[in-house]
Design a protein around this ligand. Structure first.
Ligand SMILES: [Zn+2]
Ligand SMILES: [Zn+2]
Length: 567
């Protein structure tokens, strides 16, 4: 399906170029439509091409079909290559800047040499944009605002940040409101979130007023009778207030994803139904048949209720049709955190504080996994200090000051695949996480596989090493790692820290399919980070994991029995 996406992107880009050139709207729309059709195509376009069936796709005319043919025969589309030579491609993204428009963009390109986002920012800032013909101060100001919104929209935020902002708003408005919920990608627990969407029912005017009047609001971007947009903590938050009877259809609609909703619409259509944010309607009579609850919306399509985290059109609709939806793991089932640092290495809390906090969170156990000696800057533990820490942990456990502490370590995996600590001490530990913390440019596959083969290693920490928005994964053949993990009974971590979320949803789903167990750990260095286990649960749910796939759902004795098994 890789080719479907690639072709859709090319046709969209051609449409952009033509729009920029002021070409006919019909031609532009034909390319846009082709892009959409190909993107939503259930089958593989390459196969259709080989079977000579391109023209059988609704919305693909002769001209577009011949371009697709060219793509598969010659590896590129001539028209697209010509346009790319003529106009800088990075200019095209600026067509999305609100209030700018293709005509002005073209003028800015020809008269001021604006070729990319940086250039546009510059001519807006230094005022040269105002020198273009037909450019009054009002228009420049509108474009400046548009650019601001565009730049904000470019930025996505971490799931953890988004949740904290969203819940602040929910907490503030909840007392006024009969129903309120997060929507959009935040409700689906995607690892990064664009704008924050909130949906509510109740007295519209009063709710909108309370929303724009919240103490954290720095700017009101828009305010109407039923909706408003504000800035808080530099982020845009959108609120919509809907009628009670439309709650379910609106929540379903605004939760998305787009792909999931497109698929639902197709199913509705087949049944003579129309589905939108206001409800589910009979196409024939226009009668409204459902919409008060999400359950009702799914039920009328003969689907079981699909949890928001699954709504990505990755097989969940078929599973809901066949009664095969997974029984997803949930937060209440989590009995402990399997990756926590204390002040013995680079954390701030001491062992007793952690045990107490674990108990307060309702945990049975919490694994202390400080760094090993290779992490000098983190005061990593050598064998001697680790022995002392094990003693301290056992002593705290006998006093029962809080939840049970597992004596653990986050041991470095050296570049040659050996572990940073002697077997003699690793053997005494309840829980051993092994992680890569150095030589990030080298392929880490052999290194991690070697660690999986060690009888002392229970889990590979943050297996791909990526840090969202700042570091790409190290080179890694994940399939090989998964195979070895499955064969050796080594768990892989879903590091629940908001910066990591590693493994990701798709990788964790693959791990499950290959029979690998997953372990959630917050990698907390402060007490105030333990809450992030929820983010890990979000990833686990997006990965279709059930309680038995996640070690943290096991009671202490069962977990210990399982870890002893590997040895
Ligand atoms: Zn680490
Ligand atoms: Zn760590």
């Amino acid at each position: 399906m890789e080719k479907n996406r690639e072709l859709a992107r090319i046709f969209d880009r051609i449409a952009d170029f033509l729009e920029f050139k002021g070409d006919s709207i019909y031609r532009i729309n034909a390319y846009r439509k082709a892009a959409r059709v190909i993107k939503d195509l259930p089958g593989n376009i390459e196969e259709l091409y080989h079977q000579n069936r391109l023209r059988s796709i609704p919305g693909i005319g002769e001209k577009i079909a011949s371009k697709i043919q060219q793509y598969f025969e010659e590896g590129s589309i001539k028209k697209y290559e010509e346009l790319r030579r003529e106009i800088p491609e990075e200019l095209m993204i600026l067509l999305e800047v609100p209030n700018l428009g293709p005509k002005t963009l073209r003028l800015a390109y020809e008269a001021l040499g604006v070729r990319n986002l940086e250039d546009l920012k510059k001519v807006v800032r230094d005022g040269t944009l105002a020198t273009l013909p037909g450019m009054g101060p009002k228009k420049v100001e509108k474009i400046r605002k548009g650019l601001e919104i565009f730049l904000r929209g470019q930025e996505r935020m971490l799931l953890g940040e988004a949740i904290q902002i969203g819940e602040k708003v929910l907490g503030h408005l909840a007392p006024l409101i009969s129903r309120i919920s997060l929507a959009g990608s935040l409700r689906r627990m995607k690892e990064t979130v664009g704008d924050l969407d909130i949906l509510a029912t109740g007295e519209k005017g009063k709710i909108v007023q309370a929303f724009v009047g919240m103490p954290w609001v720095t700017e009101v971007l828009a305010k109407g009778d039923t909706k408003a947009s504000i800035l808080m903590e530099d982020r845009q938050v959108d609120l919509r207030v809907v009628d009670e009877g439309e709650w379910g259809s609106a929540l379903q609609y605004f939760t998305g994803s787009k792909e999931h909703n497109v698929h639902l619409r197709e199913i509705a259509k087949e049944r003579g139904l129309k589905i939108n944010e206001y409800g589910v309607f009979s196409t024939k009579t226009g009668e409204r048949l459902a919409g008060a609850t999400e359950e009702e919306v799914y039920a009328i399509l003969d689907l079981a209720y699909i949890p928001p985290e699954l709504r990505e059109d990755r097989g969940e609709i078929e599973a809901a049709q066949g009664g095969r939806l997974p029984d997803l793991v949930n937060h209440d089932q989590i009995k402990g955190d399997l990756h926590v640092h204390s002040n013995w290495s680079d954390g701030t809390a001491d062992l007793e504080e952690l045990a107490r906090e674990g108990a307060r969170l309702g945990y049975q156990y919490l694994a202390i996994t400080d760094h090993s000696k290779a992490m000098k800057i983190a005061h990593g533990l050598d064998e001697k200090r680790l022995e002392e820490q094990i003693k301290a942990i056992r002593e705290i456990n006998t006093r029962k000051v809080g939840c049970h502490l597992l004596a653990g370590i986050e041991v470095d995996i050296h570049p040659d695949g050996s572990l940073d600590l002697d077997e003699a001490v690793l053997k005494e530990l309840d829980w051993v996480v092994a992680s890569v913390h150095s030589h990030f440019t080298q392929d880490a596959t052999e290194r991690i596989i070697a660690a999986c083969h060690s009888p002392w290693v229970h889990c590979i920490g943050h297996p791909t090493g990526r840090i969202i928005f700042s570091r790409d994964p190290y080179p890694l053949d994940l399939d090989q790692v998964l195979e070895t993990a499955a064969a050796t009974g080594t768990a892989l971590e879903i590091n629940a820290h908001q910066d990591r979320l590693d493994l990701s949803d798709l990788h964790a789903r693959k791990a499950k399919e290959m029979g690998v167990k997953l372990a959630l750990g917050t990698d907390s260095h402060h007490l105030g980070q333990l809450w992030m286990i929820r983010l890990g649960v979000g990833v686990a749910r997006r990965a279709w994991l059930e309680p038995s796939d996640v070690l943290n759902t096991y009671p202490l004795e069962e977990l210990l029995a399982l870890t002893r098994k590997k040895r």
